[in-house]
Design a protein around this ligand. Sequence first.
Ligand code: PLP
Length: 389
Amino acid sequence: MTQMIFADSLSRLGTESAFVVLARAQALAAAGRDIINLGIGQPDFATPPHIVEAGIRALRDGHHGYTPANGLPALRQAVAADLHRRHGVEVNPDHVVVVPGGKPTMFFAVLMFGQPGAEIMYPNPGFPIYESVIRYSGATPVPIGLEEKNGFAFSAEAVLEKITPATRLIILNSPANPTGGVTPKQEIDKLVAGLEAHPHVAILSDEIYSCMLYGGRSHVSLLQYPEIRDRLIVLDGWSKTYAMTGWRLGYAVWPEAAVDHVTRLCINDHSCVNAATQFAGIAALEGPQDAVRDMVAQFDARRQAIVEALNGLPGVRCAEPAGAFYAFPNIEGTGMTSKEAQDRFLDEAGVATVAGTSFGAWGEGYLRLSYANSQENILRAVDRIAAVL
Ligand code: PLP
C-alpha cells in the first residue's frame, strides 16, 4: 500500500469517456475482434501534405528552441487574418494566445474564474471536460440543459434566468459536441442583449467546430458581437478543421484584461507550443483550403447516410445534426439505458459508440456516434446494431 497522500482536488477531476471506450475497442481489436469505431472524436483523414511538409521543414531549418509563450508572432497574425476572412472581424494578434490544443484554453479559462463560491455555467450534454475542470477548480457547475426539441441549441432565456451574482463564466459550444447542435443567430442575439445587464459575467465560446456546418449554414462567431469583446474568450484550433488532433495546436482570442493572466498560466504550464507544430499551423491557415472543403463535404454525405440509417432502427430516433461530426440519436425506445446500449453494441456488435451520459446527466437516453469513419463502415455498423436490436 502506498503511503502517498494525494490532494483532495484529484477526486473532483472527471475524464473523457471517449478515451476509455477507445482503449476498450482497441483491446478488443487486438484480441482479434472486428471493431468498427464510431466512438472517437477525431477526423479519420490525414493532415493535408503541405501542412506536414511545413512542420518537417521547420525542424530541418533548425526551429528547435522555445518560442514566445503566447505563440510565434507570425502564427498569431495568421490567426487574426483567418478570423477576419472567416468571420469578418478585427482581432488584435496580441490578444491571440496559442496553446497545445483546444483543451488548455478551457482549463485556463476555468482556473481563471473558478473558485469555491463561484458558479460556472456549461452545456449539458456537453464536452465532459467542462464539468470536470469546473469541479476541479472548486466552483459550482450550473448545467445549461440542451434539448432535442430545440435541435440541442441553447435557449438564451434559460441561460439568462440562471445567472446569479455568483456567476463568473458561461461556457457555450456551437456547433456542439456531442449533439451536432448549432445555436441559431437569433438566440445568440438574445443572449448577448441579455448579458448587458450582467457585466460581471465572462463568456467562453468553444468554436472548435466552426468550419463544420451543413445544409448551407454559416457559422456565427461570438466575436461578431463587439459589445461583449471585453469579456469574451473564443476557443478555436487546428485539431478538427485540419485533421491535426495529434499535433496539439489550438488558440483562443482573449479579452485584453485576461491576456497577461493566461500568458502567465502558459509560462507556468508548458512554456510554449512545440515550435515545428506552430510552423505547420501557419501553413494550414495561409495555404489552400480545399482539403478542408473536401473533408466537410464527405462528412456531410456521411451525416445524411447515418441519420437515415439510424432512423430505420426500431426504437431509435435521430434528429439531423447541423454541425460537427456526431449523430446523437434518442434510443429510449430500445428500452436500454445509454450505458447499456454502449456496452451491448460494443460487446455484441463490435461497434464502439459513446453513451450520452458520458456528456452529462442530460445525455441519458442518447448515444453519440461519430461519423468520422467511412460511409461503408458506418452502414455496416448500423446493420450490426440492427441485428442486436
Ligand atoms: N472542444 C470540443 C467541443 C471538443 O469536442 C474537443 C475535442 O473533442 C475539444 C474542444 C478539444 O480539442 P483538442 O483535441 O484540440 O484539445
